[in-house]
Design a protein around this ligand. Structure first.
Ligand code: PLP
Length: 353
């Protein structure tokens, strides 16, 4: 039994579009792709289609995540990988994905667009994930199980032992997708090591958060080469614009990594400070413990607090429509100055004094 036995048979049977860039490489005169022979003003190299999977970027990400390059698929944010996974594994009207709300909204959105059923196994009251409860609702047609750690929007980690148990139990049944968008803000170990043992585990990583590249849309899926090849079958031929690849390589350089690391240190410090200082405010009920770059905060009156912040020009995320978070807002950790502003708006007495 291989993970590919879980994929849609019609997708396995597709002959992928062979772009000019894939069909032939090398050469010095490029007359195979109907490109312009002239670079545009200020756009050196932009007259050429980009590499479908830029080797330098793939190699650097593989190094960063501690895996072989043939286990990395880069795309337009991890959002693209979520969409590709759902389309490759779920037959419309038949198959299902399993999610544990409250969690990241894109899993259910991509599933619904594909016509896949969304099965929910809610997190516990403290937002921990109970492996037995989750496994109890896996149906024969469940093809993807999404686990987000740290979880968005609650901020808590799913412990490694729980993820490993779920992985072991899903072997031959469904793909376990571990979304590690916020991994850099934790000290926890990554689930990528499970891919050595299990061909049905995929891990999502992104440059949008700790690497400060949300505007460039670069994310990665880490999985066995067979899964990477399957998703390439249905991926757009040239997913990554050249300027985005260049920006990513620059951000991932030694110099860029030093900067990113130092910002992660600041975020962790500011997260602990905000946890403490928000927790002491009269309008705050509780601050959920977080391993990510945001805090989910319960307020005595979340809607009023949201409006108060908005009126002062501070945008936060309203979580009140999420199950178990009807009194909560999600506040991203900003610069120390931005965080001070949040505290000042929520604690007018201190400013008056
Ligand atoms: C932000 C986020 C993503 C999206 O990342 P992109 O790489 O920007 O598409 C994925 N998963 C979770 C849980 C996120 O919070």
């Amino acid at each position: 039994m291989s993970v590919l036995d879980l994929a849609r048979p019609d997708i396995l049977a597709i002959t992928p579009y062979a772009s000019a860039r894939m069909e032939a490489s090398g050469g010095s005169v490029f007359l195979n792709a109907n490109e312009s022979a002239w670079a545009p003003p200020g756009g050196d190299g932009l007259n050429r289609y980009p590499d479908p999977q830029p080797p330098a970027l793939v190699a650097r990400l593989a190094e960063l995540y501690g895996v072989d390059a043939d286990r990395v698929l880069v795309g337009r944010g991890s959002d693209e990988a979520i969409d590709l996974l759902v389309r490759a594994f779920c037959r419309a009207g038949t198959d299902a994905v399993l999610i544990s709300p409250p969690t990241f909204g894109m899993y259910a959105v991509c599933a619904r667009i594909q016509g896949a059923q969304v099965i929910e196994s809610p997190l516990e009251a403290d937002f921990s994930l109970d492996a037995d409860r989750l496994l109890a609702v896996v149906t024969p047609n469940t093809k993807l199980v999404f686990v987000c750690s740290p979880n968005n929007p609650t901020g808590n980690l799913v412990d490694a032992a729980t993820i490993e148990r779920i992985a072991a139990a899903l072997e031959g049944r469904a793909v376990l997708v571990v979304d590690e968008a916020y991994a850099e803000f934790t000290h926890a170990s990554s689930a990528v090591s499970l891919i050595d043992r299990f061909d049905h585990v995929a891990v999502l990583r992104t440059l949008s958060k700790a690497w400060a590249l949300a505007g460039a849309r670069v994310g990665a899926l880490v999985a066995r080469p067979g899964v990477v090849a399957l998703l390439r079958h249905i991926m757009a031929p040239y997913p990554l614009p050249r300027p985005c690849v260049d920006a990513a390589l620059f951000a991932l350089s030694d110099e860029g990594a030093v900067k990113s690391d130092s910002h992660v240190v600041v975020v962790r410090q500011e997260r602990e400070r905000m946890q403490r200082e928000l927790g002491a405010l009269a309008c705050v009920r509780t601050v959920l413990p977080s391993q990510a770059n945001f805090l989910a905060v319960r307020f005595a009156d979340a809607s009023q607090t949201y409006a108060r912040l908005l009126a002062a020009g501070v945008l936060v995320r309203d979580l009140t429509r999420y199950p178990g978070l009807g009194d909560a807002l999600r506040i991203t950790i900003g610069t120390a100055g931005e965080n001070d502003r949040v505290l000042a708006i929520l604690n007018p007495e201190a400013t008056d004094a």
